[in-house]
Design a protein around this ligand. Structure first.
Ligand code: ATP
Ligand code: MG
Length: 223
């Protein structure tokens, strides 16, 4: 579907709720630019930038990066892509970040992936990631064609350092105390749309149908 107007969306949800997978499908189907806070941070760690080295221990312990660092990182990216439609994945994760985003631009829709914590714990500890693209596999229900290798590039997959059971527990706690209030923030603005389930493949068609309707309306308003 071609977009006639700038459309800006956020994907949110607990760690491992499928934000990355759903975001890739959205950007592929609707042609938005995908901006993933986690992927940007991991790229910094991989490239051993000063920021990356500083942030690695924070991430490995399952803690959130300080708001001012995170907001500067993401908002400078958004300003650089001024006139295009985008999808933010993993940001904002606190009300302070949501307010900082609001000061820069307004969000049309927030897609909230509501997945039970029990499902998430099982999922994250059997997850393998292709670091440079952010593609994820799960040895239980979405294995790569060749074990240990990315389907597209053939490069090796890694298990993220923050996908250990202990860190996953910390990440879920951080989500409850710091990120859940963001849902209320967007609910009160009337832009929150929640999708519940335990499988990304069952949640995805609902998200896709919702965005088709939404974008049709956006396009009609312009026409
Ligand atoms: P998923 O793989 O489902 O996205 P996740 O949401 O926990 O799981 P990422 O979004 O990749 O993982 O983020 C990984 C880590 O990076 C977080 O645990 C946190 O430490 C840090 N991080 C990412 N985005 C933010 C943010 N907006 N604010 C603060 N810290 C962040
Ligand atoms: Mg992610």
């Amino acid at each position: 579907m071609a977009l006639h107007r700038i459309f800006r969306a956020v994907v949110t949800g607990p760690p491992g709720s499928g934000k990355g997978t759903v975001s890739s499908r959205i950007t592929k189907t609707f042609g938005l630019k995908h901006i993933s806070s986690g992927d940007i941070l991991r790229a910094n760690i991989n490239a051993r930038t000063e920021l990356g080295l500083l942030m690695k221990s924070c991430i490995d312990q399952g803690q959130l990066i300080p708001d001012d660092v995170m907001s500067r990182l993401i908002l400078s990216d958004l300003r650089a892509t001024d006139q295009s439609s985008w999808l933010l994945d993993g940001f904002p994760r606190t009300v302070t970040q949501a307010e900082a985003l609001d000061d820069t631009c307004s969000v049309d829709t927030v897609i909230n992936l509501n997945v039970p914590f029990q499902t998430i714990k099982q999922r994250l500890t059997s997850r393998w990631t292709h670091l440079s693209s952010g593609r994820v596999y799960n040895i239980d229900f979405n294995p790569p064609k060749v074990p240990g290798l990315d389907d597209v590039t053939g490069e090796p997959l890694v298990q993220r350092d923050d996908d250990t059971p202990e860190t996953v527990t910390h990440r879920l706690k951080a989500y409850e105390t710091q990120t859940e209030p963001v849902l209320e923030y967007y609910r009160s603005k009337g832009v929150l749309q929640t999708f519940s389930g335990t499988e990304t493949n069952k949640i995805w068609p609902l998200v896709e149908a919702f965005l088709h309707r939404k974008l049709q309306l956006v396009n009609q308003k312009v026409a």
